[in-house]
Design a protein. Structure first.
Length: 226
């Protein structure tokens, strides 16, 4: 499993005592962190998380953290493996205990128009990291604030995508809502790229730009494969 040990998750520490092993040989001292999408069907009683690395988690306990989580939520989850869930295709399916779960901002790409130009803002932001996983374009961002909720969007010009004109230009837009820039803040955000699919194509090249601090603007060229 390609996951980070929970020893350094967002500065939060969880103390786990004992060195017990469950029946499948997993240590209850171990905790893992990863990104995933929630599949939650309350009527059928199905709770699972499809992780970015292909694993599927099946929580065994009715943890209070689940109450605010909805189907198709993007999450950063900390978990302890309790055992294997046997499946016919031998994928990595696990019964787990959820130690913590955090919602991640997850939205599509907006077409920028004069009507929304002011509301999406154009305040600076620092891109600390970026990566693509399937249809998901992920960013770790840094900015400054105080007490207000900031808005983050990924936008493009309206109209049909014409790849003959080059890569699709995407822009990270940050609206700090005139917040007091006294505290360094960070955020993880995920954008759904499926609106960039072009009929008859299998890839869409794109370029992401963002206004940075001290004229250090961000630029990243990538390719969405589908």
């Amino acid at each position: 499993m390609k996951k980070l040990l929970f020893l350094f998750m967002m500065g939060a520490l969880i103390s786990l005592s004992g060195c017990d092993l469950d029946d499948d040989g997993y240590s209850l001292d171990d905790a893992w962190v990863g990104f995933g999408l929630v599949h939650k069907d309350t009527e059928a009683g199905v709770l699972e998380i499809a992780m970015d690395d292909g694993e599927v988690l099946f929580p065994l306990s009715n943890d209070y953290s689940w109450y605010g989580v909805k189907n198709n939520d993007r999450v950063l989850v900390n978990f302890t493996i309790l055992g294997n869930k046997n499946t016919e295709n031998h994928d990595e399916h696990y019964y787990v205990k959820i130690n913590s779960i955090r919602k991640i901002l997850y939205k599509g790409i907006l077409d920028i128009t004069p009507a929304i130009e002011d509301s999406i803002g154009n305040d600076p932001v620092t891109v600390k990291d970026k990566w693509i996983k399937g249809n998901l374009l992920n960013f770790e961002l840094k900015y400054y604030g105080g007490s207000k909720i900031h808005y983050i969007n990924l936008v493009k010009q309206p109209g049909a995508i014409n790849l003959d004109n080059g890569p699709v230009i995407l822009e990270i837009r940050h609206n700090n809502r005139e917040d007091n820039e006294s505290i360094p803040l960070s955020a993880m955000v995920t954008f759904d790229l499926t609106s960039l699919k072009v009929q008859g194509k299998t890839t869409t090249p794109f370029k992401v730009i963002a206004k940075g601090f001290n004229d250090k603007d961000f630029e990243y060229t990538g390719e969405y494969k589908y």
